[in-house]
Design a protein around this ligand. Structure first.
Ligand SMILES: Cc1cc2nc3c(=O)[nH]c(=O)nc-3n(C[C@H](O)[C@H](O)[C@H](O)COP(=O)(O)O)c2cc1C
Length: 221
């Protein structure tokens, strides 16, 4: 059953044709957020690997100011502050979004969810509405932060983005690097493929938002 969205942010603002990117004579820009705030984060290393594995014509841009975002509060919407303004501007400028997340107790870290919440508003003009998105991440366990990625994907979808229909869990992430370098070729190849799919989604025309077609039974607010 298709349930209509409860606010216009999931429909209005959806771009059927990417506004910029190669069509505008510049590389496709993938705004990348990392859920871990740790300096030595494995997930940050994975995001940095994505920068170097991006296909030709695609630029992976990390935005690393999640700690400067206030906790989401609707009362701040009239003046959310410079970090929120910058994040929203970066999202509007981007052709696609990449989230790289660890798993904390079965979910993405709150800093990353907070960023998604800021990016889901203003209602009707969400900066990520209609943007293709991909989610990856890893954990030291063999499950590879899959639950966190599923939660993040669902949140993106409800916020009006167009996440790919899969995640990319990286299990035992601590064993896949040699220092800062991604040393595991299978992981590198999987990441390349994810970025290729994301770039293809950003280039595709006439895409529909996935929320209305695939999200079952969203509750009325
Ligand atoms: C508060 C907390 C909760 C965690 N919960 C999970 C979990 O639910 N599932 C899991 O696979 N790993 C869990 N871990 C382990 C993380 O996967 C591991 O610390 C990972 O290296 C964090 O990513 P980072 O290196 O990018 O910071 C947890 C770690 C912390 C600190």
């Amino acid at each position: 059953m298709t349930v209509p969205p409860t606010d216009s942010s999931t429909v209005e603002g959806v771009r059927s044709v990417p506004a910029g990117g190669e069509a505008a004579g510049r590389p496709l820009r993938i705004l990348t957020l990392v859920g871990s705030l740790r300096r030595n984060s494995w997930n940050r290393r994975l995001a940095l690997a994505a920068k170097s594995l991006a296909p030709p014509g695609v630029e992976v841009v990390l935005w690393e100011r999640l700690t400067e975002l206030p906790h989401y509060n609707e009362e701040l919407e009239h003046a959310p502050g410079p970090a929120v303004e910058e994040l929203r501007a970066e999202a509007r400028r981007a052709d696609a979004l990449l989230l790289v997340t660890p798993e904390y107790n079965g979910a993405p870290p709150s800093a990353l969810k907070n960023a998604i919440d800021w990016l889901s508003r203003p209602a009707g003009a969400a900066p990520i509405a209609g943007k293709p998105a991909a989610v990856t991440g890893g954990s030291v366990s063999s499950f590879g932060a899959l639950w966190a990625q599923q939660v993040a994907r669902r949140a993106l979808m409800i916020a009006g983005a167009r996440p790919l229909e899969r995640e990319l869990p990286v299990g035992k992430i601590d064993q896949r690097f040699s220092g800062e370098e991604l040393a595991d070729e299978a992981t590198a190849q999987a990441l390349r493929e994810l970025l290729r799919e994301l770039a293809e989604a950003a280039r595709s025309e006439g895409s529909e938002p996935t929320f209305a077609s695939t999200t079952p039974g969203r509750r009325e607010a």
